[in-house]
Write a protein that binds this ligand. Structure first.
Ligand code: DON
Length: 309
C-alpha cells in the first residue's frame, strides 16, 4: 500500500490479467520499416509514485522506440532556452488533425498549431539546432540528467529507417522553411528530429523521466529543479489538449490525464502530485495511438479513481 492507500500493484496486476490474453486490436506502425519488426504482443506498464515506489508488469523493462513521446523532452528543452519567444513560432491550440497533417500550415502561414504535431515538433527541433552546437548531445544530456540514467541513447538503425521513408517530414520542413519558420538547413533539422524519435526507452525509464511533470519540474530523490512550476503547467496543459492529436478529446474523456503517445506504441501520462505512468503495446488505433495503451490507462484511472477531473 502507498501513502495514498491505493494498492497500485494489485490494480496493475488486474489490468494485466484483463488484457494479456485478449486479441490485440490495431496495427503496428509500418511506415517506419524498423517499427514493423516489433512483435505486436509486447505489453508492459510501469507506475512511478511520487513517494518513490515503483509498480509494474510485463515488458516494462524492455526498451522500445519512444517516437513522438520525445516531443515532450524537446519542448521542455526549447522552453528552457527560448522562454516565451517560442510561442511566436509555434501555437498552443489543438489541431484536430492527424499528427502528420500538412493542411493547416498554409492557412496558418507556417506557424504550426502546437508543438506535438510533427510540424510543431520540427520547429522545436530547429530551435534546438540553433541553440546548441550539438543539439543531439544536449538532448541526451537533458535526459540523462532528469533520469540519472546515462544509458539512454538514440537507436541509429531506427533513425536511418525513418529517414529512408521520411518523405512527409521532408515535405513539412521544406514547407515550414518556405514561410521562414526554419532557420537551419533542412537536413540538419531532420537529422535531429529523426534521432529524437529514435530514442529507445523502457516504460520504467519513461515513468522515471516524466516524474518531473508530476512534481512541479523537480526530480524526486535528488530534488533537482529542471523546469519551473509555470513551465510544467504549460507542458501538462499541452499534453492534455494536444498530446494525442485528433484523439486528444477521447483520451481526456476516457483517461483524464495529461499524456503523450508515440507510434512505437508507448504512452506516458502523469497525475500531478501523484505519479507518472508509462505503458507499451505496439498495435495502434487509426489515430496512431496505442489501442491497448489507452485501454490500460482508462482502467488505471477508473480502478484508482485518480484522474485529474
Ligand atoms: O515523424 C513521425 O512520423 C514519427 N517519427 C513520430 C510520429 C509519432 O510518434 C506520432 N504519435 N503518435
Amino acid at each position: 500500500m502507498t501513502s495514498t492507500s491505493v494498492d497500485y500493484q494489485k490494480i496493475l496486476n488486474q489490468i494485466n490479467q484483463e488484457f494479456i490474453d485478449q486479441p490485440r486490436s490495431g496495427k503496428v506502425a509500418s511506415y517506419i520499416p524498423e517499427l514493423a519488426k516489433v512483435p505486436s504482443n509486447k505489453f508492459g506498464m510501469h507506475l512511478y509514485d511520487l513517494d518513490g515506489s515503483n509498480y509494474c508488469f510485463g515488458d516494462s523493462q524492455e526498451r522500445f522506440s519512444i517516437q513522438s513521446i520525445s516531443k515532450v523532452f524537446t519542448l521542455s528543452l526549447a522552453m528552457k532556452v527560448m522562454g516565451d519567444k517560442l510561442w511566436n513560432r509555434v501555437g498552443v491550440e489543438p489541431s484536430g488533425d492527424p499528427f502528420n497533417s500538412l493542411s493547416q500550415l498554409e492557412n496558418d502561414s507556417g506557424i504550426p498549431r502546437n508543438p506535438f504535431i510533427n510540424a510543431g515538433a520540427l520547429v522545436v527541433a530547429d530551435v534546438l539546432v540553433s541553440s546548441f552546437s550539438n543539439a543531439k548531445a544536449a538532448l541526451l544530456t537533458f535526459l540523462h540528467e532528469i533520469t540519472g540514467n546515462p544509458q539512454i541513447d538514440f537507436d541509429p538503425v531506427v533513425a536511418a529507417s525513418e529517414q529512408s521513408k521520411g518523405y512527409r517530414n521532408y515535405a513539412m520542413v521544406n514547407y515550414l522553411k518556405s514561410f521562414g519558420n526554419i532557420e537551419n538547413d533542412v537536413e540538419d533539422v531532420l537529422d535531429f528530429y529523426f534521432h529524437q524519435c529514435s530514442i529507445a526507452m523502457s516504460c520504467q525509464e519513461l515513468a522515471n523521466a516524466f516524474i518531473i511533470f508530476a512534481n512541479n519540474g523537480t526530480t524526486i530523490g535528488s530534488e533537482r529543479e529542471f523546469l519551473t512550476g509555470r513551465q510544467v503547467k504549460r507542458v501538462n496543459a499541452l499534453m492534455q489538449t494536444c498530446g494525442f492529436y485528433d484523439e486528444a478529446g477521447e483520451f481526456s474523456f476516457e483517461v483524464g490525464l495529461p499524456g503523450k503517445s508515440g507510434v512505437g506504441g508507448g504512452i506516458v501520462a502523469v497525475h500531478p502530485d501523484r505519479f507518472a505512468v508509462a505503458v507499451w503495446s505496439p498495435p495502434l488505433n487509426p489515430k496512431g495511438n496505442s489501442a491497448l495503451g489507452m485501454a490500460s490507462l482508462e482502467r488505471l484511472t477508473t480502478l484508482t479513481g485518480f484522474s485529474i477531473f
